[in-house]
Design a protein around this ligand. Structure first.
Ligand code: NAP
Length: 296
C-alpha cells in the first residue's frame, strides 16, 4: 500500500494512529513477556504532582495500559504544594532504584515548579518522554537513545500507512521543543523511513503558506486551532495534524477539517498522532529495561 502526493479533489484517505499503536504495543507486550520470562519485570514509574483531574486521568490510563502490557508501574503522587526539591528527591530515588527502568513525570506540573529543571535530574536513560537534553543531543547526533514520543510516533504512522518519506519535501509548521524541532531532526536522518528534505516554518516566516503549499508532507505542530486551512495545502499532499489545544476537555486541532477536501491523505481529528505518542512511551520504557540486561 502506498500513498502518493498526486493531485486529487476527492476526500482524503484517513491515516489513523490506532492500528499503528496496536502493532507497536503488541510487539512491546511480546518483548515484555520475554523479559519477564528471563526474570526481569520492566517498570515504568509515574509521578503526578497536584490534583488536576485531567492529569490524574491520564496517569490512570497509562497505569492501566502498563499493567495490560506486563509492566510494573510504581507511582508517586506529590501534593500541589510540593517543592522543586521534593520533586527532585522522588526522581533521585527512582534513579537509584535498579528495579525502575522508565520514569514519566505527568505534564503539566503546578506553575511554581520548573519541569525542565526536574527533567535534568532524571537519568537520561530512564526518560521515556525522550525530552532530556542528553536525549535531544543524542537525536541531533544520530546516537541511540529514547526518542521524543510524538515525533517518533509520526514517523511510525507514516511508515505504517505506506507514505513514502525518503527524498520527499516535508514542511513542519512549528519549531517547538516537543514536536516541530525534534521531528525535523528525526525525518532528516539517513534511514529509509526518514531521509526527507525538511523545512521548518514558524512565526519568523511571515509567508509560511508559500512553504506549506509546496509540501508533499505537511505536519502541523503549532498548537493554534484551525491554523492550517485548505489554501495552505498542496492538492494531494499528506497532512499530519500534530498540534492541538485543549479548551477544557474539548480538543481543538491545528488542521481545519476542510483540509480533507484538498489533501490526498490526512490524520483523523481524533485517534491520529495521540495513540502513537502513547505507544512510543511504552516502547521507550521497554527499551530502557532491555538495556539493563544488555539488550536494546
Ligand atoms: N498529539 C499529541 O500527542 C501531542 C504531543 C505533544 C505535543 N502536541 C502538540 O504539538 C504542538 C506543538 O507543541 P510544542 O511544544 O512542540 O510547540 P510550542 O512550544 O507550543 O511551539 C509552537 C510552535 O508553533 C509556532 N507557531 C505558533 N503560532 C504560529 C503562527 N501563527 N504562525 C506560524 N507559526 C506559529 C511557534 O513559532 P515561534 O517559535 O516563532 O513562536 C512555535 O515554533 C502543541 O499543540 C502540542 O499540544 C501534541
Amino acid at each position: 500500500m502506498s500513498v502518493s502526493a498526486s493531485p486529487t479533489t476527492a476526500t482524503a484517505r484517513l491515516l489513523p494512529g490506532r492500528p499503528v499503536a496496536e502493532k507497536i504495543l503488541t510487539e512491546v507486550a511480546d518483548q515484555v513477556a520475554a523479559l519477564r520470562a528471563a526474570g526481569v519485570t520492566p517498570a515504568l514509574a509515574t509521578v503526578l504532582v497536584g490534583d488536576d483531574d485531567a492529569s490524574a486521568g491520564y496517569i490512570r490510563i497509562k497505569q492501566r495500559q502498563a499493567a495490560e502490557l506486563g509492566f510494573a508501574s510504581p507511582h508517586v503522587h506529590l501534593p500541589a504544594s510540593a517543592s522543586q526539591r521534593d520533586l527532585h528527591r522522588v526522581l533521585e530515588d527512582f534513579n537509584a532504584d535498579a528495579g525502575v527502568h522508565g520514569v514519566l513525570v505527568q505534564h503539566p506540573i503546578p506553575g511554581h515548579l520548573d519541569y525542565d529543571r526536574a527533567l535534568q535530574v532524571l537519568d537520561p536513560d530512564s526518560d521515556v518522554d525522550g525530552m532530556h537534553p542528553v536525549n535531544m543531543g543524542r537525536l541531533a547526533l544520530g546516537l541511540p537513545g529514547p526518542l521524543p514520543c510524538t515525533p517518533a510516533g509520526i514517523e511510525a504512522l507514516l511508515a505504517y500507512h505506506g507514505v513514502p518519506v525518503s527524498g520527499r519535501e516535508v514542511v513542519i509548521l512549528g519549531r517547538g521543543a516537543t514536536l516541530g524541532r525534534p521531528l525535523a531532526m528525526l525525518l532528516a536522518q539517513k534511514r529509509p523511513t526518514a531521509n526527507a528534505a525538511v523545512t521548518v516554518v514558524h512565526t519568523g516566516v511571515a509567508d509560511w503558506p508559500r512553504y506549506t503549499r509546496r509540501a508533499e508532507i505537511l505536519v502541523a505542530a503549532a498548537g493554534v486551532p484551525g491554523i492550517v486551512r485548505p489554501e495552505h495545502v498542496r492538492p494531494g499532499a499528506v497532512v499530519v495534524g500534530g498540534g492541538v489545544r485543549y479548551e477544557g476537555r474539548r480538543l481543538l486541532p491545528d488542521v481545519d477539517e476542510s483540509c480533507a477536501e484538498v489533501a490526498g491523505a490526512i490524520t483523523p481529528r481524533v485517534g491520529g498522532v495521540g495513540p502513537t505518542t502513547v505507544a512510543m512511551l511504552f516502547r521507550n520504557a521497554l527499551r530502557a529495561a532491555q538495556r539493563t540486561v544488555g539488550q536494546g
